[in-house]
Design a protein around this ligand. Structure first.
Ligand SMILES: N[C@@H](CCC(=O)N[C@@H](CS)C(=O)NCC(=O)O)C(=O)O
Length: 213
């Protein structure tokens, strides 16, 4: 059976779990904390990051790489567009949002959620304000111009939608919401993705694990 190393609550692990749930591919989630500096885990993934996937003799790190492999290996219910230019755009949105966007959202989540609840430290609100007021808005403006007012980016739900929305669920745990009056398309997409049954099921499991429900 496919093993996914990681934890509920990671925006990157979430993408992989949603894809497996939609494709109805059985998997085991092997608990692996990020930042654990676990030598055995680093043999699977030298970066020590989650997720890592093991499918038989294949071991892969990075949610983008894992999702693209799983979509090709388990082709039922495809989660990337087929048309070449759409596919390239989907890859770009996924790279952008699991990269720069996720990094900024993670900054809010880390400061306002992990620091007080996990490490009993005060959040650095100056840093959070810089992210919210200066660093995120240009990226949100860009996404707003690419996201439709209704439905999903490429018609059917795809990993592009999941990748765009996922970092904002973590920022949401830390009390940050995309301002729907300034970025209505993006805020709408984040809500629509949440309503995909497999996404809401994974978010419900996370909320339990994070002590939010
Ligand atoms: N680009 C990677 C990012 C993975 C990532 O940064 N995961 C975080 C957890 S949410 C992590 O493991 N951080 C630990 C570290 O950076 O050492 C992906 O998409 O899988």
């Amino acid at each position: 059976m496919i093993k996914i190393y990681g934890v509920y609550g990671s925006p990157f692990v979430r993408k992989v779990l949603v894809l497996l749930e939609i494709k109805q591919v059985p998997y085991e989630l092997v608990a692996q904390m990020p930042f654990a500096r676990d030598e055995n885990y680093q043999k699977l993934n030298p970066l020590g990051k989650v997720p890592t996937m093991v499918d038989g003799d294949l071991t892969l790190g990075d949610s983008k790489v894992i999702c693209r492999y799983l979509d090709a290996a388990y082709p039922d219910s495809p989660l990337y567009p087929k048309e070449v230019k759409e596919r390239a755009l989907a890859d770009w949105y996924e790279d952008l949002c699991t990269g720069a966007v996720a990094e900024l959202a993670a900054g809010i989540f880390f400061q306002r959620f992990m620091r007080p609840f996990a490490f009993k430290q005060e959040p650095d609100e100056e840093l959070v304000a810089k992210i919210i007021d200066k660093k995120l808005p240009p990226l949100l403006d860009y996404l707003e111009s690419k996201v439709p007012a209704e439905g999903f980016v490429f018609g059917d739900f795809s990993m592009a939608d999941m990748s765009i929305a996922s970092p904002f669920y973590n920022a949401g745990y830390a009390g940050y919401e995309v301002d729907a009056s300034r970025w209505p398309n993006l805020a709408g997409l984040i809500n629509r993705v949440k309503e995909v049954p497999q996404v809401s099921a994974i978010l419900a499991k996370e909320a339990k694990t994070l002590g939010l429900s």
